[in-house]
Design a protein around this ligand. Structure first.
Ligand code: PAF
Length: 277
């Protein structure tokens, strides 16, 4: 497994990889969810590259950039075992050299939900992902459904800028109690970890109601709210029942609608979603 840091090293290493290249962009502290994206990439590509970069541009001033969990030796071991060909570990200066002044702003789909709660977040995500795509030149890139709005933003960017990259979305991996796997779960203490399962319980309650015939989106949002409010360690930030492509809130629910929510458990902010079927 080749490890590179600079753009020059990356281009040289990428040049020797033959056939279809899959890229899995990450911020490190890898868990089974990331590794499932690597597996997907390995299945449909000839070579797989992974980037590890905790992107300062997607963190707000009061967010967890400094505290964001990091464990590079463990990450590299997991990627080696997973059979990854190339790992790119850029420094902030490689991605944002002095004088850097170009940003990718995806309008519309970035505005609600995470975009409303985390101003500037998707500008940081879209900019870094555009840079990763340009530098690595992958044929396909793999993202998790857990960050559903991020996926919608990246898909919009790829369409609008004619980026020659196929965006592949892997399913959310869950712990046995339903908690979506996330690097940020590492912040939770034992009680909070148990309480955090409430996100999936809320989504499941709405899914069950939908399957039983409920088509009023506000009723589903109400069910999710009530489930979260019943958990003393959880504080709801938003619930949504939206169109999966535009993320506009729905009145009547259709198959394929995206249920999502953001919840603080202690000081840890968790997000999750499911697509109604
Ligand atoms: O989902 C993530 O880990 C990040 O937002 C990404 C896509 C690697 C961009 O920094």
């Amino acid at each position: 497994m080749k490890q590179v840091v600079t753009i020059e090293e990356l281009r040289a290493a990428r040049g020797v990889l033959k056939g279809r290249l899959g890229l899995v962009p990450t911020m490190g502290f890898l868990h089974q969810g990331h590794l499932s994206l690597v597996d997907l990439a390995k299945r449909d590509c000839d070579a797989v590259a992974v980037s590890i970069f905790v992107n300062p541009a997607q963190f707000g001033p009061n967010e967890d950039l400094e505290a964001y969990p990091r464990d590079l030796p463990a990450d590299l071991q997991k990627l080696e075992e997973a059979g990854v060909d190339l790992v790119w570990l850029p420094t902030p200066e490689v991605i944002y050299p002095p004088g850097f002044n170009t940003w990718v702003d995806v309008e519309g789909v970035s505005a609600p939900l995470e975009g409303a709660m985390r101003p500037g977040h998707f500008r940081g995500v879209a900019t870094v992902v555009a840079k990763l795509f340009n530098a690595v030149g992958p044929d396909a890139a793999y993202f998790g459904q857990k960050d559903a709005q991020q996926v919608a933003v990246i898909q919009q960017m790829v369409r609008d800028l004619n980026l020659p990259v196929e965006v592949v979305v892997g399913p959310t991996l869950r712990e046995p109690d339903g908690l979506a796997m996330s690097s940020r779960n590492a912040y939770l203490n034992t009680d909070q970890r148990m309480a955090a399962a409430v996100l999936y319980r809320a989504l499941s309650a709405a899914q069950t109601a939908y399957r039983a015939g409920e088509r009023d989106a506000e009723a589903l949002r109400g069910l999710m709210r009530a489930t979260i409010e019943a958990e003393p360690l959880a504080r709801l930030q938003y619930v949504s029942c939206a169109h999966p492509g535009t993320l506009a809130e729905l009145e009547r629910v259709e198959e394929g609608a995206l249920l999502s929510l953001a919840v603080f458990v202690g000081t840890t902010r968790l997000i999750d979603n499911i697509v109604l079927e």
